[in-house]
Design a protein around this ligand. Structure first.
Ligand SMILES: Cc1cc2nc3c(=O)[nH]c(=O)nc-3n(C[C@H](O)[C@H](O)[C@H](O)COP(=O)(O)OP(=O)(O)OC[C@H]3O[C@@H](n4cnc5c(N)ncnc54)[C@H](O)[C@@H]3O)c2cc1C
Length: 572
């Protein structure tokens, strides 16, 4: 045997599983197809938002949360309705208990801290039993994604120094073989074997059109890396933990699995994840006997903007919107209630796909963009990522945050104009077609402005904005004071073209609560475990159809820990 356990994928789930295995004294080989510069996978790029329930941060902000309320929200959002939802549902119940219990303390013990203002994502807008968070629960890690990866990377590297963990980068697993079968009595334990390819260090292909030769240069974190094979390997262990991530970087797979209930797949999609999120290990694990369930459940954003300074191909950034922008479809029709910014991601996606176009528009003011536009991702939040208190405090000052201002200046999806006619002209110039009529936008904006004159309104978006401002966190840094769009004091008018952005995979490898991969007949595939996004964050889909946000990193922590602990017990 080359190790007790092989872990495939050095993203957050793989690091957590490896740290747990090493803590239990097991020998691990941790493989990743990417170079060392990409250690931590997607989590490094993430905003570090974590779903916590009844935390001290919530209580300090005046938010009273409870396990019961969180379970109500989770189940209303997930909508579990399939026979194969047995394990996903069990995972969901355990995960919400974890988020309301041990999660914060466990992370705190590893040095993880949180930004004091708790965010309110996926606000819902339906009934109390429907989709959405009843209260703010999105806790931003101090240091964002890198701050969350750091303690687990530290533990894994320390175990490597002790000789318990071997890190092998540029090793791509192409085949998984399970030998042995049932563990009973005197039968030998099962062992699994990983076969794969070692890849060269250089980027591939050179990203200049027409060039046909590869040229060597260092691969920076998140950039596409070479597929050139320079050698082969075969490794054996008693168990393997698959932590290879989802399918969001593989547009073909996203299209193939696109569910009918969301309409046709968009013609044009941005990618919210690096290219290594390729989904290959799903089929490889299926070939070894594992089952994939809920492949049609996925989580893509409707507020994607093209990154003017891309790192990976088709790199899109998600706008984390506050609730005040007016949202129009490609033809200038306002989206229906309750599809306000930040309320119901997949409900909005479903609606957009029924319009016949892939893009939509936010129309807003300078005052709104200053308060309400946050961009998801560690590199778009250098103040929080760098743990720079002085810069973070500047968020309450007037003026758009630096990264947002950079998009306003360089981003091809932004129009900034003093008058509505000029704004609509610019919108049509951006799409290259006169899809939007001034009269349609003007009618909505003028009517909305009239509703601001008095404390009453029949416009539910205005009611929602006023309701949000009753929450201290929103009033402080997230939701602009209601104002008239056409008041020159509100600053220039802004329109932002929004694209569909692929991101998360909600289905995946079917696992039981010990993260053991199950066969199609429901029995465990001996020696094979899965965690993180490849396992739908646990069970093959603990989110069901929709998510409450901040639940993905947490799902990697919870399922990575479960897989590491269970595999450690099994090979002990
Ligand atoms: C910009 C951005 C912002 C985000 N913000 C948040 C947030 O605020 N809150 C939240 O909860 N979630 C967020 N997420 C989602 C979250 O970061 C991911 O879902 C999570 O990190 C996935 O972790 P993982 O370990 O399962 O997979 P990954 O991070 O994808 O890691 C998998 C690893 O496996 C490797 N691999 C794959 N196949 C093979 C193979 N065949 N052989 C060898 N290696 C292989 C890959 O190279 C990769 O390194 C965000 C994601 C992004 C990109």
């Amino acid at each position: 045997m080359d190790a007790d356990v092989i872990v495939v994928g050095a993203g957050l789930a793989g690091l957590v599983a490896t740290a747990e295995l090493a803590a239990a004294g097991r020998r691990v080989v941790l493989l990743d197809q990417e170079p060392e510069s990409s250690l931590g996978g997607q989590a490094f790029w993430s905003f570090g938002g974590l779903f916590l329930v009844d935390s001290p941060e919530q209580r300090r902000m005046g938010v009273r949360d409870s396990l019961d309320l969180a379970v109500q929200d989770w189940m209303g959002t997930a909508g579990f309705d399939r026979d194969e939802d047995h394990w996903p549902r069990r995972w969901a119940e355990s995960y919400v208990r974890f988020a309301a219990g041990e999660k914060r303390q466990w992370l705190h013990g590893k040095g993880v801290r949180f930004f004091p203002v708790v965010g309110w994502a996926e606000r819902g807008g339906y009934s109390a039993t429907g989709h959405g968070n009843s209260v703010p629960r999105f806790h931003i890690t101090w240091g964002t994604g890198p701050g969350l990866v750091e303690p687990f990377e530290r533990e894994v590297r320390a175990a490597a120094d002790r000789g318990l963990v071997e890190l092998r980068f540029r090793h791509r697993v192409d085949e998984l073989t399970v030998t042995g079968g049932v563990v009973d009595g005197d039968a030998p334990p099962p062992w699994v074997s990983q076969r794969g390819r070692v890849r060269s260090e250089h980027t591939w292909p050179p990203r200049c059109p027409g060039a046909s030769i590869d040229y060597p240069r260092d691969v920076r974190r998140g950039q596409p890396s070479s597929r050139t094979v320079v050698g082969e390997f075969e490794l054996r262990a008693q168990a393997v933990v698959v932590t290879s991530g989802g399918i969001g970087g593989n547009e073909d797979m996203v299209r193939r699995n696109w569910p009918e209930r969301l309409g046709r797949p968009p013609k044009h999609m941005l990618s919210g994840v690096p290219e290594h999120v390729d989904g290959r290990m799903l089929a490889i694990t299926e070939s070894a006997g594992g089952a994939v369930i809920n492949p049609d459940r996925m989580w893509h954003y409707t507020e994607g903007i093209e990154n003017w300074d891309p790192i990976w191909p088709r790199h899109g950034i998600r706008v984390l919107p506050g609730p005040s922008s007016l949202w129009f479809d490609a033809r200038g029709r306002r989206l229906p209630v309750p599809l306000f910014p930040g309320f119901d991601t997949l409900g909005t996606l479903e609606h957009i796909m029924s319009t016949g176009y892939d893009h939509t528009w936010f129309v807003l003011t300078q005052k709104i963009i200053e308060r309400e536009f946050a961009l998801s991702g560690s590199e778009q939040n250098p103040d929080l990522t760098g743990k720079d208190v002085r810069k973070v405090l500047e968020r309450v000052k007037p003026g758009a945050p630096g990264p947002v201002a950079a998009f306003m200046e360089h981003g091809e999806d932004f129009a900034v104009e003093r008058t509505l006619p000029a704004l609509v002209d610019r919108m049509n110039a951006i799409t290259g077609e006169p899809l939007v009529e001034l009269a349609d936008i003007e009618r909505e904006v003028v009517a909305r402005d009239r509703e601001i004159d008095h404390p009453f309104t029949k416009d539910l978006q205005i009611t929602a904005v006023r309701g949000a401002r009753r929450y201290r966190g929103d009033r402080l840094i997230r939701v602009a004071r209601p104002h008239k769009f056409l008041d020159p004091a509100s600053g220039p008018l802004i329109a932002v073209r929004l694209h569909i952005l692929t991101r998360k995979t909600l289905g995946g490898l079917h696992t039981d609560l010990d993260a053991r991969v199950l066969r199609p007949d429901g029995s465990p595939l001996p020696g094979v475990y899965a965690a993180g996004e490849v396992a739908g964050f646990g069970g093959g889909g603990l989110h069901g159809y929709r998510a409450l946000e901040g639940t993905f990193l947490g799902g990697c922590l919870f399922s990575g820990r479960a897989a590491g602990r269970a595999a450690a017990r099994a090979v002990g």
